[in-house]
Write a protein that binds this ligand. Structure first.
Ligand code: ZN
Length: 148
């Protein structure tokens, strides 16, 4: 676990301890479940979209520090944004955490804290789980998203 310590940057730890937007969202029909059987991370993302913009977003569930912090920081990052911007942010985030390249890392803001995840392939699924669930919710998919 020693090498994982480097990965758990302060901002990630802080969000995992005090997740933001950690609640259900009443009155929205858009939600999706994400499950990462490898780690046991399991979250539901709730989204309220109005005129193509994410008016509100929340999540509930449980998982490791990385998955929970990622969900928490994702909700902060996309709240109030057009869904197209959220999609672009996901693409940039995904490229950075999978170590493909760092194009877009400057636009990630605090989410750049997850760049270290690319060195731990198993953890990439933890970091991207909430994002996959968000996409499914926005697409209106009812089936649970699994990383397997
Ligand atoms: Zn995990």
């Amino acid at each position: 676990m020693a090498e994982l310590r480097d990965l758990y940057q302060e901002v990630i730890l802080e969000h995992s301890k005090r997740p933001r937007n950690y609640r259900t969202l009443a009155g929205t029909s858009l939600s999706a479940e994400g499950y990462n059987p490898l780690c046991g991370d399991h979250f539901v993302i709730y989204v309220d979209v109005e005129d193509g913009r994410i008016r509100d977003i929340s999540f509930q569930g449980s998982g490791c520090a990385i998955s929970k912090a990622s969900a928490s920081m994702m909700t902060q990052a996309v709240k109030g944004k057009p869904t197209a911007d959220a999609e672009k942010l996901f693409m940039d985030f995904h490229r950075v955490v999978t170590g493909k390249n760092n194009v877009g890392v400057d636009d990630l803001g605090k989410l750049a804290a997850f760049a270290g995840v690319s060195e731990f392939p198993v953890r990439v699924k933890c970091a991207t789980l909430a994002w996959h669930a968000l996409r499914a919710a926005l697409a209106g998919e009812k089936q649970a998203v699994s990383t397997e």
